[in-house]
Design a protein around this ligand. Structure first.
Ligand SMILES: [Cu+2]
Length: 439
């Protein structure tokens, strides 16, 4: 998992720009920081801080953390808003807008008390801004186009500067043609670690954003005017089986931070554990106010972080509990045929369409193992193979893999869980009641 980072190159202003003692911010005239970019959707190794305060860096599923530089006491980042191509899963690419080569953009990580200077270059065909969701900052740094700053025109670079007054779980997204730009995939995570390295410390800290797209089979660009009927329910602009597993060592203290920038709520359910909600985008939840859950509803435009001790080994599903959100491309206007006797209609239709296949009268589960011709650039409604057969999922679904003996920085997929003997559901081979079939 070595980062493949390409350099956009330094743009250095002429020495003449340094002249004039009245320049309020001479550091800016010495050039933009690099804007690294990432093309692949493989999770990159968490970015361990080389200097400054110590913390456990976050792991961004199918993503990465933006490198920074220190300059005169400022932590400097460079985001580039631009069109990107994102693979949702093997077999489907989406033409989105994002940052530094990806949607979502790279995760920004910093420490409480840091002074951050974030350069934002606009390479989109229209203007944009960035709003820093949940941050406490000067009004003029809040990134609402027209209200707190001019929109950033195409080709221009703006600078945001503020002090991170509190630690927690935040995100960034445009506040400029917001409906279109978020429907196109523009968003990213912003994690601020506590100044005290012992505070809220965990061994593994995962982040992901819930997003959604409506991309008709055979096409590449999301329908940005869609309000509710999306067909791609994504985690960090990926769908099952393309979403990274959350790889965890046995007995690790684990945090999972989730943000929702879709048009509906998502009850995120994790199997095998109960957990505590420890942080929202409003801040840390005091220990006496934490509550146990096995699902946490993440409202629209909100973030939730939960923590657990990974004492139970296994492969544990984690997914949105809205069952339509764990499906890939599907039509929602299809009639229900469960229990219908389709023999007569099938015979008649086959006179016209010889290979016609009636579907749905025994449920839809058979689709998980079916390979049917489909238009280019889409994904089956339910898909993915596990050690026991088809998993029949899609969309917002992945697996928490808890294993004994992992190195603390090992996030590589350990494969399927090797269940101890006698701990897997099995077929009853004694007396059976006869099953009558209909249809
Ligand atoms: Cu959902």
């Amino acid at each position: 998992m070595s980062p493949t980072i390409s350099r956009r190159g330094l743009i250095t202003a002429g020495a003449g720009a340094l002249m004039g003692a009245s320049l309020a911010r001479p550091a800016l005239s010495r050039g933009l920081p690099e804007a690294p970019t990432m093309a692949e959707a493989t999770m990159q190794a968490p970015l361990v801080p080389a200097e400054g305060a110590d913390y456990t860096p976050v792991a961004t599923l199918n993503g990465w953390t933006l490198p920074w530089r220190m300059k005169d006491g400022w932590k400097e980042f460079h985001l580039v808003a631009e069109p990107v191509v994102r693979e949702f899963a093997d077999g489907m690419n989406a033409h989105l807008w994002g940052y530094n080569g990806q949607s979502p953009g790279p995760t920004i990580e910093a420490v409480e008390g840091d002074r951050v200077r974030i350069f934002v270059t606009n390479r989109l065909p229209e203007h944009t801004t960035i709003h820093w969701h949940g941050m406490i900052l000067p009004s003029g740094m809040d990134g609402v186009g027209g209200l707190t700053q001019p929109h950033i025109p195409p080709g221009k670079t703006f600078v945001y500067e503020y002090t991170l007054t509190k630690s927690g779980t935040f995100m960034y997204h445009p506040h400029s043609d917001e409906m279109v730009q978020m429907a196109m995939g523009m968003m990213g995570f912003f994690v601020v670690h506590p100044r005290d390295p012992a505070l809220h410390r965990v061994d593994r800290d995962f982040v992901f954003l819930l997003n959604a797209f409506d991309i008709e089979p055979g096409s590449y660009v999301p329908r940005v005017m869609e309000m509710t009927d999306f067909n791609m329910w994504t985690i960090n602009s990926r769908v099952f089986p393309g979403i990274d597993p959350l790889v965890v060592g046995k007995n690790d203290r684990v945090r999972v931070r989730v943000g929702n920038l879709t048009m509906t709520n998502h009850p995120v359910h994790m199997h095998g554990y109960d957990f505590e909600v420890t942080c929202t985008d409003g801040g840390w939840v005091r220990p006496e106010a934490r509550w146990p859950e096995v699902s946490i509803d993440v409202p629209v435009g909100a973030m939730r972080a939960f923590e657990f001790d990974a004492v139970h080994e296994g492969d544990w599903a984690i997914h949105c509990h809205k069952s339509h959100h764990t499906m890939n491309a599907m039509g929602h206007g299809i009639k229900t045929f469960i229990g219908a006797d389709l023999r007569r209609s099938t015979a008649q239709i086959r006179k016209l369409v010889p290979d016609y296949m009636p579907m749905g009268h025994d449920g839809m589960g058979a689709m998980g193992s079916m390979e049917m011709p489909a238009p280019d650039n889409t994904l089956p409604m339910m898909t993915g193979w596990g050690p026991f057969g088809p998993i029949e999922m899609g969309g917002m679904f992945t697996v928490v893999k808890v294993r004994d003996g992992l190195a603390k920085d090992d996030y590589s997929d350990p494969g399927w869980f090797d269940h101890p003997e006698g701990t897997v559901a099995y077929e009853w081979t004694g007396d059976v009641a006869p099953v009558e079939r209909q249809g």
